[in-house]
Design a protein around this ligand. Structure first.
Ligand code: ATP
Length: 365
C-alpha cells in the first residue's frame, strides 16, 4: 500500500487544459472518490496516476517515490475501467492469473492467489468460464479480481459500476466497500454518481472544468459546500437555488418576501438591492398551516410518491407580468395529501440556509 500525492499537476492538450493545478494527497489505505460533471478531468487525473497520460507540469508521488518518469507497468497500480477489458479468449482463472504470470510468480502462488480472490468475490464457481459466458456483474467482479490478485499498492477505479443495472450496482457498491475494508488498499475512484461518492468515500474531491472545487469528508461537503456547484452536485433531489433580492431586512423572491434573520445579517453585510441566490435543501423546508411572516407560498406542480416520503415539485407563484416562475422541490412525509395545483405554505429552516453570490457561485453564508 502507498500514499499518492499530486503536486500542482496540469495536463494541457492542444485545444484545452484538461486539468489545472491539481494538488491533493491520498493517505495510505484510504478510499478517495473524484466526482464532477462530464469532462471535468476525472479520468485524466486517474490516467496520469496510472501512467497512461503524462502531466504537462507538476509532480506525482506514489509512496515516497517521484513517479513522473516511472513507466506505467512499474508503478504497481491496478486500474479497473467501466468496460472491464477482460481478455476474451482466456478463462476467468487465466484472467485472474494474468498479472501474476507477467510478474513471473510461481504456479503454486498463482493458484492460491486466484482461488483466494475468487472466493472473496464469490466467483469461484466461474473459474472455467470465458468472459462472454458471464453476466455484466460477474465480468465486473472478474475485472476487480484481476486487479486485486496482483496485490497492487494503489487501486484506480474509473466508473467501475456504470455498466451495471440499478440493483446490481447497489449490491456491488456495498461489496466494494467491504472489500476495501478487508484489503485496505489505497483506492482512488472516479464516478459522476453522487450516491457512490457519498457512500464509498473517506474523502471526496469535487472537480469542475479541470479544477478542484472542494475536498472533504462526504458529510462535511454536504453540510458546508464551498460554492453553488458543489452544493447542487451532492444531494438528490438537489439543493433548491432561488434568486432573491435583499431589501429592508428581507429577502424578496418573485412576489413574496420573508424577513432575513438577524443572525444572518450580523454575519453577512448585505447591501440594499443586492441580488443573492438562496440555497435550501428539499429536506429543510417545512410545511406549515398558517401563513406567517417567515413563510412563503408555493404552488404544487407534480407529486411523486417515493414510498418513504413524497417528493413535491412546485413553483413560486408569480404575477403574469413577472419573470419565469422559480422551481422548488420539497420532501414531505407520505401521510400528507397534496395534489397538483394546491398552494402550500413553507417555512425555511434558517440554520440550514445557504446564500450564494449569483455572479461567482461562491458561498457568502
Ligand atoms: P467523463 O465523466 O465524461 O468521462 P471526465 O471528467 O473523466 O469526463 P476527462 O476524460 O478527464 O473528463 O476529460 C477532461 C477534458 O480533457 C475534456 O474536456 C476532454 O475533452 C479533454 N481531453 C481528454 N483527453 C483528451 C485528449 N486525448 N485530447 C484532447 N482533449 C482531451
Amino acid at each position: 500500500m502507498a500514499k499518492v500525492r499530486l503536486e500542482r499537476i496540469t495536463r494541457q492538450f492542444k485545444e484545452a487544459v484538461a486539468i489545472a493545478d491539481i494538488t491533493f494527497e491520498v493517505p495510505d489505505g484510504e478510499f478517495w472518490v473524484m466526482v464532477g460533471p462530464s469532462g471535468c478531468g476525472k479520468s485524466t487525473i486517474l490516467r496520469t496516476i496510472a501512467g497512461l497520460e503524462s502531466a504537462t507540469s507538476g509532480n506525482l508521488y506514489i509512496g515516497d517515490r517521484l513517479a513522473n518518469q516511472v513507466p506505467a507497468r512499474q508503478r504497481d497500480v491496478a486500474m479497473v475501467f467501466q468496460n472491464y477489458a477482460l481478455y476474451p479468449h482466456m478463462s476467468v482463472a487465466e484472467n485472474l492469473a494474468f498479472g501474476l504470470k507477467m510478474r513471473k510468480a510461481d504456479s503454486q502462488t498463482i493458484q492460491e492467489r486466484v482461488e483466494s480472490v475468487a472466493r472473496s468475490l464469490d466467483i469461484a464457481h466461474l473459474l472455467d468460464r470465458k468472459p462472454k459466458q458471464l453476466s455484466g456483474g460477474q465480468q465486473q467482479r472478474v475485472a476487480l479480481g484481476r486487479a486485486i490478485a496482483r496485490k497492487p499498492q494503489v487501486f484506480l477505479l474509473d466508473e467501475p459500476l456504470s455498466n451495471l443495472d440499478a440493483q446490481l450496482r447497489d449490491d456491488t457498491r456495498a461489496e466494494l466497500k467491504q472489500l476495501h475494508q478487508c484489503l485496505g488498499i489505497t483506492t482512488i475512484y472516479v464516478t459522476h454518481d453522487q450516491v457512490e461518492a457519498m457512500t464509498l468515500a473517506d474523502q471526496i474531491v469535487v472537480l469542475k472544468q479541470g479544477r478542484i472545487q472542494q475536498i472533504g469528508a462526504p458529510q462535511a461537503i454536504y453540510a458546508r459546500p464551498t460554492n453553488r456547484m458543489v452544493a447542487t452536485f451532492l444531494g438528490n433531489p438537489p439543493m433548491n437555488i432561488l434568486s432573491a433580492t435583499f431589501e429592508d431586512g428581507a429577502f424578496h423572491l418573485a412576489d413574496q418576501s420573508f424577513t432575513c434573520p438577524s443572525a444572518i445579517t450580523a454575519h453577512l453585510p448585505l447591501s440594499p438591492g443586492q441580488s443573492v441566490e438562496l440555497g435550501i435543501r428539499p429536506e429543510h423546508l417545512q410545511l406549515v398551516s398558517a401563513s406567517e411572516d417567515q413563510d412563503f407560498n408555493v404552488e404544487v406542480s407534480v407529486v411523486e410518491p417515493l414510498g418513504r416520503e413524497i417528493l413535491i415539485r412546485a413553483v413560486l407563484p408569480t404575477q403574469p407580468t413577472s419573470s419565469a416562475a422559480q422551481a422548488i422541490n420539497l420532501q414531505v412525509s407520505p401521510e400528507i395529501r397534496v395534489r397538483p395545483g394546491d398552494r402550500l405554505s413553507l417555512q425555511i429552516d434558517f440554520a440550514q440556509l445557504f446564500i450564494f453570490d449569483p455572479a461567482t457561485g461562491d458561498r457568502l453564508y
